[in-house]
Design a protein around this ligand. Structure first.
Ligand SMILES: [Fe+2]
Length: 239
């Protein structure tokens, strides 16, 4: 089981606040059967420089790798960033450095507002001009803002890779998640876990809902896709 989206590195964002919280999140993930977990701290271009972000992420990763020797079983880690959309990002320099490490895959957090032509053109430029592959973070969270579905459809007509949060299959967005999975097929899955209490690891429970609704075959397709796109990719740094 691969968790492609989480906030398990300490002290970087509104996710884990300490190595103790990171320990709890990682041990609980392993207990649920997660073999690989991506640490994808938030990146807000308006608030932080690339260099500062990358430096802090590296330090937090090193800290966790050192500490985990004394912990119970934890998943293997790989790192990326949850990059919040900013106008003009299609032409921004250095986006490649925010991709999952050693890949051309970027986890993009889209605006929580009606998407428009600029958003569509930026996504298009990231794909066509910057030659990056775009994973759209938690697609179920933007749907309600898209009163004009034409922009949503334009984004999804591009070769984007959808990701859904397993927690959404357990809450009020369950029906929407099922609808989106019916429409778009297998998606990448993330727990988007932030802390052990309110936003805890939940990959196993979310997958149970998917299995009940779509059958074991869907989980197999999801796992195959996650492995092909991420952890099975040659050169990706897995720790
Ligand atoms: Fe997130």
């Amino acid at each position: 089981m691969i968790d492609v989206h989480s906030h398990v590195l300490p002290g970087l964002d509104d996710g884990s606040q300490s190595s103790e919280e990171s320990r709890q999140l990682l041990e609980e993930s392993a207990r649920q059967g997660v073999t690989h977990i991506a640490a994808t701290p938030h990146f807000y271009a308006a608030q932080e420089s690339f260099d500062r972000f990358l430096e802090k992420r590296e330090k937090a990763l090193t800290k966790v790798l050192e500490k985990r020797e004394g912990w119970a079983e934890t998943p293997k880690l790989f790192v990326g960033a949850e990059v919040y959309y900013f106008p003009g990002m299609g032409k921004a320099d250095r986006l490649k450095e925010l991709c999952y490490k050693d890949t051309d895959l970027i986890l993009l957090e889209m605006p929580f507002a009606q998407w428009d032509d600029q958003v569509v053109r930026d996504v298009e430029n990231i794909i066509q001009k910057q030659k990056l592959n775009v994973i759209l973070a938690h697609i179920e969270r933007y749907y309600e803002f898209q009163k004009k579905k034409a922009f949503w459809d334009e984004v999804f007509d591009m070769p984007v890779i959808p990701q859904m949060n397993t927690g959404a299959f357990l809450g009020k967005r369950k029906r929407l998640c099922i609808k989106l999975m019916k429409k778009y097929g297998p998606t990448l899955l993330g727990s988007d876990c932030h802390n052990p209490i309110h936003r805890a690891p939940n990959l196993a429970a979310g997958r149970e809902v998917i299995e009940k609704k779509f059958g074991q075959g869907m989980l197999e397709r999801i796992d195959e896709m996650s492995q092909r796109i991420l952890t099975g990719r040659e050169g990706i740094g897995i720790y």
